[in-house]
Design a protein around this ligand. Sequence first.
Ligand SMILES: Cc1cc2nc3c(=O)[nH]c(=O)nc-3n(C[C@H](O)[C@H](O)[C@H](O)COP(=O)(O)OP(=O)(O)OC[C@H]3O[C@@H](n4cnc5c(N)ncnc54)[C@H](O)[C@@H]3O)c2cc1C
Length: 476
Amino acid sequence: MNKETEIIVAGSGPNGLAAAILLAAEGYPVTVLEAADTVGGGTRTQELTLPGFRHDVCSAIHPLGAASPFLSRLPLAEYGLEWIYPEAALAHPFDDGTAALLYQDLKQTAGSLDPSDRRPYQQLMEPLLGSWEELAEEVLAPIHFPKHPLVMARFGTLALRSATGLARSQFRGERAAALFAGLSAHSFLPLERPGSAAFGLILGLLGHVNGWPVAKGGSAAIPTALVAHLESLGGRIRTATPLRSVENCSPNAVFILDLTPRQALKIAGSRFDAEYRRRLEEYRYGPGIFKIDWALSGPIPWTAPGCRRAATVHLGGTLDEIAASEREVWQGKPPERPFVLVAQQSVCDPTRAPEGKHTGWAYCHVPNGSIFDMTDRIEAQIERFAPGFADLILARNTRDTAEIEAYNENFVGGDINGGVQDLGQIVARPVPGLHPYATSDRNIFLCSASTPPGGGVHGMCGYHAARCALERLRHG
Ligand SMILES: Cc1cc2nc3c(=O)[nH]c(=O)nc-3n(C[C@H](O)[C@H](O)[C@H](O)COP(=O)(O)OP(=O)(O)OC[C@H]3O[C@@H](n4cnc5c(N)ncnc54)[C@H](O)[C@@H]3O)c2cc1C
């Protein structure tokens, strides 16, 4: 194939745009087709409640975006992307009115934990932090023979454990264990499940490496900058143009699908062989989320003062409580006392709300496809750590899993990670193999969060998928 080959990217999420940029930079004619009226997939910003309140419809907090080996190499600041770093990456409040805080500084973080856990926390994180760049190269990539086997061995010994097992073996007090449980709950896995500790380690490390920033003005600044860069390389975008089938397109075109297996089957299934189709049909989706955005008349009145220093707050109390909430989700029950992830972007980014006012963003995990209304349960958890919160609510917007999927078909049953991220599926996504981005059709590739390294705004799935496609384009 030569550089005349038309490349069609379906979907303008961070992964679709990352793939498009790499291919356009290599001189290929690239067109991105986006089903929705605006670009961005899980990185859009809208006035969901009242005029002047800019809410992140999906992603809000970007430790992976800022640290992404691919995105951080692009000149996105030139196109207006500015990361804002709150003083602390994360706050995790307790019922006694205090909070554990994840700061970039290890010692400062340890200082917010029980005295008995200060050294163990530093001893856990310090060696991994020292080899972060090597570790990132290994874990933000498809399965491969490790380039840094010692680093991977050290990480793997810890990461393959369950979050509860690792936390209980490392820490004696409640605070460090709870902080680690909250970080690990981003896996959407039961915290007793092997491999759930990996998420806690990576997200904790990212807090120390880089912090957990928000994008100034809203997450939409990310795709806006990516699109501007893509266009500067000659790439084109067509919004409100879903790719319905690959059959009606040029037979020589190469497709990069920023879609999960379910949609890929719909759009391109007829081009896949029976074995590949069967494997995509077996792909597993995970729990969903229930989300709320609030317009608030003031900042959230946290009892623990530390919570005002962070843009992200994890609500769920102790490790046992968080583990119980995640277990219930996997048992098919909307949790009674959910683990709630709160973002308060306007605390560090005043452009999000009219002067003196604030935005609030939160979600909790629920069973896939659940339409149970979690509003009262989520707000009760906030009220528990911030009495008086309810009095500040000027307006709210809620979305259950069906509404989340209706907004973006990639969020199947409300699953925001493009599929379960357990040990079986985090590396073998969407199917086992050394080239997970390639399909059984040599001209069709997958690049969404359903490929390694999985969910989140980092563009690394798109980057690796584009490299895989380039390999085929160059060598056939
Ligand atoms: C409520 C919520 C909160 C989140 N919070 C965070 C967070 O704080 N930090 C973080 O890192 N991640 C977060 N995420 C996850 C993150 O948004 C996703 O993992 C990420 O967006 C996945 O990127 P993607 O490119 O794979 O797909 P997506 O971003 O889902 O993009 C896919 C795009 O494809 C389009 N599309 C679908 N079908 C077609 C078709 N047939 N033709 C053309 N286009 C099509 C869709 O409209 C969409 O624009 C959150 C997600 C949600 C929903």
